[in-house]
Structures are given as structure tokens and as C-alpha cells.
Design a protein around this ligand. Structure first.
Ligand SMILES: [Zn+2]
Length: 253
């Protein structure tokens, strides 16, 4: 890519923040150029004409100037839409925001990640359409572990490769261990069979092929706990959006 390229691009808005008195910085994940920060002059002025095109939870086709190293610019919005249900529901809002901030920290700016653009687009669409946001979030979290360099082994026992025995997760071995090898890790996580089943399934599931998924509340809690543990112990990021999500979920109980 040249230092600056005038082009149409597909974008999913990740977040926005106020800049100076009247302007805004808006970060998009673009299909063509990866994550990019855009300077939107006059975005906070009354009657700004692109206002609906840069609302939170907007996606679409834009035209602008993409800079390789500096801020980029949007000249016009060609065709945009909103994840309407997400923007109106505080829970869906919190899940979607967390997913987007995870993707934001997982990848460097300006690196095309078309596969993850599609994945995010699909994840938000599913959440917007009423598919369980907690589960969609778990799938994204599990599949991002590789990106964070964790690469847990979910295919079979990390020690012997078997996958026909009961399995548990071992942080020490960085993956599943089979019942024959439980004695190798006294600190294995003692996960129940259902939780292991979904961890394995979610690690390989194609999010674009999901049309419904039902997991009981107990297993959902277990999945949340194990993913929190894996993220804490191996990824070690601390996201405001995750704290917020935890807080509103605590209030719900
Ligand atoms: Zn084994």
C-alpha cells in the first residue's frame, strides 16, 4: 500500500472517542486494510451529515483516504447499516463491545485481517439476531487464543494424543489431557465433560455456519469461568469492557 490510498472500504466501527472540541477519532476494522484510526473533522457539530454513519455498532461501505502510518479520513459513507438490537440492549452492547476490544488488542493496526473481519461481522450479526451473546463471545475468545500466542491443544491429549477417553484441561501442558494422564497434573482444571465438549467444539466451529446454539446455564457458567482463568493465566490482558460486562452480569443474577 502507498503512504496514502484513495479507496472504497468496508468497515466495522470498533470505537469512537472525542477529539478536540468538535472532532472525533473513530476506529474501524476495515476488510481491506485492517484496523485503522480515522479523523472525522466536525463530527460533533450539530447537523453533521455523516452522523448516522459513525454511530456505535455501525458497519458499511465508505469512501476515503487510507493512510499507511497516519490518521485516515472518510469522505463519504456509501452504504451503511446498524446492529440495531445491539445498540438498544445494554447486555448485547456490553458483549459486542468486549468482543471488539478483544479483537482490537489482539491484532496490530494496519495489518489486513480479512478472516477476522468476516468473523467479527458474523459474530455481531448473530448477536444482533438474538443468538446467545455469551456463547458467541466464548467462541471468539477461544479462537483468539491462538492469535494471543497461547495455542491450546483441544484436538486430543497433549501427552498421548488420544481423544477417546474423558478429558480435562491442563494449564501446565497447555491443552487437554486424557483420563490416563490425569495424574500428570494435580492442578488440572477438573472440568466436566460438557464444558470440555464445548471448548473443543468452539475451538473449531465456523462461526459463519451457526444458526442456533443452546447451552444450559450451568455449562455457560463453567465456560465463562474456564475462559476467564485461561485469559488471566495465559493472555493477561485487562480490558475495561470486560469489567463492565462482568459487572452488569453480576447485577443480573
Ligand atoms: Zn493421554
Amino acid at each position: 500500500m502507498n503512504a496514502q490510498t484513495y479507496m472504497n472500504f468496508h468497515g466495522i466501527l470498533l470505537y469512537r472517542k472525542n477529539f478536540k472540541e468538535r472532532d472525533m477519532l473513530v476506529k474501524f476494522l476495515t476488510a481491506e486494510a485492517g484496523k485503522k484510526m480515522f479523523f472525522i473533522r466536525g463530527a460533533r457539530k450539530r447537523g453533521f451529515k455523516m452522523m448516522p454513519d459513525i454511530l456505535p455498532f455501525t458497519y458499511g461501505l465508505y469512501s476515503g483516504k487510507i493512510s499507511r502510518d497516519n490518521l485516515s479520513y472518510i469522505y463519504s459513507a456509501l452504504d451503511t447499516d446498524h446492529y440495531e438490537n445491539i445498540s438498544q440492549d445494554i447486555y448485547l452492547n456490553a458483549y459486542a463491545t468486549y468482543i471488539m476490544s478483544l479483537i482490537d488488542v489482539a491484532f496490530p493496526d494496519s495489518t489486513p485481517i480479512l478472516g477476522w473481519f468476516n468473523k467479527l461481522f458474523e459474530a455481531l450479526k448473530l448477536i444482533n439476531n438474538g443468538i446467545d451473546a455469551a456463547i458467541i463471545t466464548n467462541i471468539i475468545e477461544i479462537q483468539l487464543l491462538n492469535v494471543f500466542g497461547v495455542q491450546p491443544e483441544f484436538r486430543g491429549c497433549t501427552i498421548c494424543g488420544r481423544n477417546d477417553l474423558p478429558m480435562d484441561y491442563s494449564e501446565a501442558y497447555g491443552g487437554l489431557i486424557c483420563a490416563k494422564h490425569y495424574h500428570m497434573d494435580p492442578h488440572r482444571l477438573h472440568l466436566d465433560a460438557k464444558t470440555v465438549f464445548y471448548l473443543r467444539k468452539f475451538s473449531v466451529i465456523d462461526i459463519q455456519k451457526i444458526n442456533n446454539i443452546n447451552v444450559n446455564e450451568n455449562t455457560k457458567r463453567n465456560l465463562r469461568n474456564v475462559l476467564d482463568k485461561l485469559y488471566q493465566d495465559t493472555v493477561g490482558i485487562n480490558l475495561k469492557s470486560k469489567h463492565f460486562l462482568d459487572q452488569i452480569n453480576d447485577l443480573k443474577l
